[in-house]
Write a protein that binds this ligand. Structure first.
Ligand code: ADP
Ligand code: ASP
Ligand code: MG
Length: 406
């Protein structure tokens, strides 16, 4: 059996007209000799009646502090509705489609509600349906604990469902259908002349995704990478070939150029605050352990960490500002909070040991009088914290400076 997993995001299942396009993609896969497994997200984006954001709004507008377990029980409903409607669409066209929840599809998770980790994936039921010539239509984003509780896999987690099933079924390919023609050098909502990347390595796309490119969930990439399952990100709305995500080192020589590109893309993360902790009279290492332990105990993750004698700087998600400030003040620390920050990053598998990358990065921002509040770099990325108001200008100028524009 040649198995293909086809995942359709929110905009790809939002209306009857678009669901016809999905039907066409599923039929074509069958004509090409594949046994397709369909994974769907909740229908539409923010504002649509059954979109995940709408469901969260229903719970949180009335009950701001609603517990994570209860929030999951409303969040997973969007994918239920979507999978039923999609299965109905396929059935109406004569295909034997069977709607499955994440639990039905064998996805077992821990009980970390809202961001559950997958413990195992047992594809037996899906294999049985495929052998009977049926088309499983699986709710993305969902898992189930060993105790039978519904969980969700973190925002954007339908991609993770697709990858997990692809890995468990040893699929030939996982297709991630969305509303853009592939992974681009920057978010096309910010940069008009961003380019589609024909192919990209798992490592590069992981970096892009972790640094904010919402086009694919980083865990989906990590899971596919572990089993070397190729992923293709492509559009439901066109026949463009999309972006192949693979272990490029194993591909043919024509892809070798990809490994060497200094910059692959520019990404951004918003809704951050910078916190500076003053360390009077303590050693940096002793105090930083206590500061970071305090935050870890409060379940707050930190990023962009700089530790200096006398001061520690880091960023957190703005939603955790009050909690972090309260906990650190309780420990007697003097802190400064700078709100409305964003992180911009240039990602590239080939930037290691290339002179001038940092100079270009700084020049692009300073030429546009964008304040650099902090920087951090790794062998495949350079990032800066900038005022959130400047994030669009920062992304555009870095995209231009690193030669990524069309
Ligand atoms: P879906 O609902 O199909 O999963 P998402 O909204 O999660 O769709 O992801 C697709 C969106 O990701 C695109 O509409 C695009 O605006 C955004 N995006 C952000 N960064 C990139 C990028 N580097 N390349 C392509 N799309 C990007
Ligand atoms: N519907 C979920 C979300 O909006 C999962 C997904 O779309 O991937 O986060
Ligand atoms: Mg998505």
């Amino acid at each position: 059996m040649r198995i293909i997993v086809q995942k359709f995001g929110g905009t790809s299942v939002a209306s009857p007209e678009v669901r016809e396009l999905v039907l066409h993609k599923v039929k074509r896969a069958r004509e090409q000799g594949f046994s397709p497994v369909v994974v769907v997200s909740a229908m539409g984006r923010k504002g649509a009646p059954y979109a995940t954001d709408t469901l969260i709004g229903i719970a949180q507008s009335a009950f701001k502090q609603i517990a994570a377990r209860e929030l999951d029980q409303i969040m997973y409903c969007g994918e239920m509705i979507s999978a039923v409607v999609m299965a109905g669409t396929l059935q109406a066209a004569g295909l034997e489609a069977v709607m499955l929840t994440g639990g039905n599809a064998g996805i077992v998770t821990d009980a970390n509600f809202n961001n559950a980790r997958i413990l195992k994936s047992d594809p037996a039921r899906i294999i049985c349906l495929l052998r009977q010539g049926k088309v499983p239509v699986v709710c993305g984003f969902q898992g189930m604990t060993n105790e039978g509780e519904f969980t969700t896999l973190g925002r954007g987690g339908s991609d993770t469902t697709a990858s997990v099933l692809g890995a468990a079924l040893n699929a030939e390919l996982v297709e991630i259908y969305t509303d853009v023609d592939g992974i681009m050098t920057a978010d096309p909502r910010i940069v008009d002349n961003a380019r589609i990347l024909d192919c990209i390595s798992y490592a590069e796309v992981c970096q892009l995704a972790h640094q904010g490119a919402k086009v694919i969930h980083p865990r989906a990439v990590e899971i596919a990478m572990q089993k070397n399952i190729p992923l293709v990100v492509k559009s439901t709305f066109s026949d463009a070939p999309g972006t192949l995500i693979t272990n490029i080192a194993k591909e043919d020589i024509s892809n070798a150029v990809v490994i060497d590109r200094v910059a692959t893309g520019v990404t951004y993360l918003t809704n951050l605050v910078q916190i500076k902790v003053q360390l009077a009279g303590t050693t940096a290492s002793d105090a930083s352990y206590k500061v970071f332990k305090t935050l870890a105990d409060s379940d707050i993750s930190v990023d962009l960490i700089n530790v200096h004698p006398g001061q520690i700087m880091f960023t957190i998600n703005a939603d955790h500002t009050d909690k972090a400030a309260e906990k650190l003040k309780q420990q007697g620390y003097q802190i400064e909070v700078l709100a409305n920050c964003a992180k911009v990053s240039v990602v590239g598998g080939g930037m290691r040991e290339v002179p001038g990358v940092m100079a270009n990065f700084i020049e692009a921002l300073s030429n546009n009088t964008i304040a650099i509040l902090q920087t951090v770099d790794s062998h495949t990325s350079i990032s800066a914290l900038v005022p959130q108001n400047d994030v669009g200008a920062a992304v555009k100028s870095l995209h231009e400076k690193f030669g990524l524009s069309n």
